[in-house]
Write a protein that binds this ligand. Structure first.
Ligand code: SAH
Ligand code: SF4
Length: 354
């Protein structure tokens, strides 16, 4: 009897968006093409925002004809795009290979356009007030799926903005998907590509201390935001369970190292939960913590998540907390809530409203 042969799966080409320029060049070389084609492709896709082989007029026809078998230029399709009534915030639900969905958000203020990216589908860390945490971790995103979010949102906005900022504050813990995160950042920073300065990219973490230290060693001026939310280990253990592994003392030491090595102030994110972490003594401790390193405080009034009992403090309580901090802390801002109407505000990504 002849053994049943496994069906040969056609080798799918790699996604364009997951390859650095060097990786693309080596890939093209293995197909007998010169390395400078990689530079030309980067320029077409990331600078002229043109992905159709027909449009790439300075490339030989023979190469254009093979492009689709060499690399996959398709973006994850948007299953839904939701806009706030003022059109300042858009939430994108992108469909990924394998059927998973990921959400990302664009926010326009008078000063700038910001893209809020996801790094994982769901999240394993289970912070007590976060919709993504309720989903558990479904899977990590590939670098191509991270860069793909930027290109999809840039296309939607027709690349009108010469500069935009990126914050890794969507679904997932970016430092738990370290390699894909750094691969994506390398691609986004490529001067022959989107040419994003590291200073315009901020990574937000719930506090994975070894990875914060590793990031400090990368020698990049990336912004780092730390999800602090509590000033005692007792409360932080409850709100941000990863604190049980790396308590405040270790976390603040790593944050300080990051601030000193990167030359950038670390943002201390503090989600205000009424009656839980918004008392005067919390403000006093938070100000002291902020003074111990180059930092700024960003207060985030809690955004409601269905099924969770936390309460958002009213406007006056937020102001009062900020005013208690101000004379003692280096810098304090209150994050504007953008996108609450479409379940796109901080902590609300996770299949709500779409
Ligand atoms: N996973 C990363 C990025 C998360 S989103 C992190 O945890 O840092 C950005 C910020 O929103 C984090 O500080 C997160 O703790 C906070 N957040 C989560 N749920 C929230 C909610 N319901 N309301 C307000 N902020 C929330
Ligand atoms: Fe994960 Fe961040 Fe949500 Fe915590 S706040 S569950 S780390 S996405």
């Amino acid at each position: 009897m002849t053994p049943v042969q496994p069906i040969q799966q056609a080798q799918l080409p790699p996604s364009f968006y997951g390859l650095s320029r060097d990786q693309l060049a080596s890939h093209l070389v293995t197909h007998g093409l010169p390395t400078f084609r990689a530079q030309q492709l980067f320029s077409w896709v990331y600078q002229k925002h043109e992905r159709h082989p027909l449009a790439m007029t300075d490339l030989p026809l023979s190469f254009r004809g093979r492009l689709e078998e060499l690399c996959d230029l398709r973006l994850p399709p948007a299953e839904a795009v939701l806009a706030t009534p003022d059109s300042a915030t858009h939430k994108f639900v992108l469909e990924l290979a394998g059927g998973a969905r990921v959400e990302c958000v664009s926010m326009r203020t008078t000063r700038r356009l910001t893209f809020c990216l996801s790094s994982q589908v769901g999240c394993a860390l289970g912070c007590a007030f976060c919709a993504t945490g309720l989903m558990g971790l479904k899977r990590n995103l590939a670098a191509s799926e991270i860069v793909g979010q930027v290109v999809a949102m840039g296309d939607f906005h027709r690349w009108q903005d010469e500069r935009f900022n990126i914050v890794f504050m969507g679904m997932g813990e970016p430092l738990a998907n370290y390699k894909a995160l750094m691969d994506a950042i390398r691609i986004l920073r490529d001067e022959r590509g989107l040419n994003m300065g590291a200073r315009r990219i901020t990574v937000s973490t719930s506090g994975l201390v070894p990875q914060i230290r590793k990031l400090a060693g990368e020698g990049l001026q990336l912004g780092l935001a730390l999800s602090l939310h509590a000033t005692t280990d007792e409360l932080r253990d409850r709100l941000v369970p990863v604190n049980r592994r790396w308590p405040l003392r270790e976390l603040m030491a790593a944050a300080r190292e990051y601030g000193e090595r990167s030359g950038r102030r670390v943002t201390l994110e503090y989600t205000l939960l009424a009656g839980v972490n918004d008392r005067p003594e919390d403000a006093a401790r938070l100000a002291d913590m902020a003074r111990a390193l180059p930092s700024k405080i960003n207060l985030i009034p809690y955004n409601p998540v269905p099924g969770l009992e936390w309460k958002r403090p009213d406007h006056r309580a937020v102001e009062a907390f900020a005013h208690r901090l101000m004379p003692r802390a280096p810098a304090v801002t209150v994050r504007r809530t953008l996108g609450g109407e479409i379940w796109a505000a901080c902590g609300q990504l996770g299949g709500l409203g779409a």
